[in-house]
Design a protein around this ligand. Structure first.
Ligand code: PAF
Length: 279
């Protein structure tokens, strides 16, 4: 496994074998089974697999969140070596954003809803770094988890609008045995908060059952999810949404499919999760 930090070194390696298929998994490190499931799928579908590890400062709207974001490069590299990854890129912030940096990518409408409304500027940071990664690596396929449902929708829109010549592959959310979606942030949960963090998945599955029993009005599903989260005394809802999975606009009634999603503070850790329901 080759580990590079500079763009020049990485580009040299990338073009050693120009005809083979490259799969890229962009990450912010502190890797868990969710990331590794993306790596395994990329390994099956490509000749070369590259992983980027970069805690992207411009997608954090809250400086405290950036400071506390967990990091462990040695552990990440050991995990990636075991998975047979070919290339890891760990750029320094000044290589990505030199002092005179001035260019940002802003996907308009769909970036402003849900996470975008709760975390102003977040998706501008995500699309800017992902566009840069796509430019540097020029992968054939890029892998993202469904756990960040809106991120996937926004990145797909950017790929379409900017004519990136690659396929975005979306992989299912990987969960702990009790249903909690895997996330690098879970490590920050206290034991009590960790127990109560299952309320997100419970809220989603309770709403899904209600939907399957014929409750198709968004307001009812919203109330169902809120009631479940409110049972956990350390949990505080940031938002709950029943939206169109493509446009992310809020629905009144579910005709075909809907993205049920929520963001919840459990103690001082903000968690997100989602599920898609369909008739
Ligand atoms: O999902 C993430 O970890 C990040 O948003 C990403 C896509 C690596 C961009 O920094």
């Amino acid at each position: 496994m080759n580990v590079f930090s500079t763009i020049d070194d990485l580009r040299q390696q990338r073009w050693v074998d120009p005809t083979s298929a490259w799969g890229l998994i962009p990450t912010m490190g502190y890797l868990h089974e969710g990331h590794l499931s993306l790596v395994r799928q990329a390994r099956r579908e490509n000749d070369w697999v590259a992983v980027s590890i970069f805690v992207n400062p411009i997608q954090f709207n809250n400086p405290d969140d950036l400071t506390h974001y967990p990091r462990n490069l040695e552990q990440d590299l050991a995990l990636l070596r075991k998975e047979g990854v070919d290339v890891v890129w760990t750029p320094a912030p000044h290589e990505i954003y030199p002092p005179d940096y001035q260019t940002y990518i802003d996907v308009q409408k769909i970036s402003q809803r849900l996470e975008g409304a709760a975390r102003p500027g977040h998706f501008r940071g995500v699309t800017t770094i992902v566009a840069k990664l796509f430019n540097v690596f020029q992968p054939h396929r890029a892998y993202f988890g469904q756990k960040d449902a809106q991120q996937v929708v926004v990145i797909k829109q950017m790929v379409k609008d900017l004519n990136f010549n690659l396929k975005v592959i979306v992989c299912p959310t990987v969960r702990e045995p009790d249903g909690l979606a895997m996330s690098s942030r879970n490590v920050r949960l206290s034991p009590a908060a960790r127990q109560q963090a299952t309320c997100l998945h419970r809220a989603l599955t309770t709403a899904k059952s209600a939907f399957e029993m014929g409750r198709h009005r968004a307001a009812e599903l919203h109330a169902t999810m809120l009631a479940v989260v409110n049972q956990a005394d350390l949990a505080r809802v940031d938002y709950i949404s029943v939206a169109d999975p493509e446009t992310l606009s809020e629905l009144e009634t579910i005709e075909q499919r809907a993205l049920l999603s929520l963001a919840v503070w459990v103690d001082d850790v903000r968690l997100i999760d989602n599920i898609i329901v369909k008739k």
